[in-house]
Design a protein. Sequence first.
Length: 235
Amino acid sequence: MDHAGLMAAQSKSQSQGRACFPLKSRLVFFWWFPVLCASLFFGGCAALAPENNVVRTIVTQPVPEMVDAKAADFGLIGRVSVKGGKESFSGGVQWHHRERGDEILLLSPLGQTLAQIQRTPDGVFLTTSERENYYAADVENLTEQVLGWRLPLMGLQYWVQSMSSPATAAAMDMNIDGQVMAIRQDGWTIDYLAYSTRVPIETSKSGTALPRLLTLKRDGLQIKLVIDAWNAGNP
């Protein structure tokens, strides 16, 4: 084969395509985002995954006097991917948690606010990008109604800090270094796939590792959360 033929045989062409499917809700949730960013979203955390296997499981019982307790204050910035519900979602998340309430922003890949969730002593409020307002007594029912998937906020405020909620019974798998590898509580299974040691002084676990990548699963629903930054922040 001559040089020209060899060069022709070595040339390749590639095509790319993407699909965008509308949601039943009126929020635009960019299905192409996970396709473009899958390797960055989850592959980048694989090297951080704890290598030690589970060596013990701790079973905890509810603490009656702590049923209404709130997790320590924190702020985080990250990315979330949801599948298995009535609707799917992929995008950014900003979460400010305080004893008096929560504010969560769900963002498009370009940074626009798609939904704002606020938990207050008066209940839970959700505002869409189209300025539609919704109200409910709890977050799980509200998010399922409007977004098409359940956000277990009352447990997640603890799970995101690798702790179980004191309100209900739980089982926690620990590795040889004392890190939490998994929590099973309220029908949810939370797996911790990566930790980060860069945490702010203000957090309740200063000087220790906090989750970098975790997944929540229940009844076919899967939520993946990548935490890019922990901070005290202001709501």
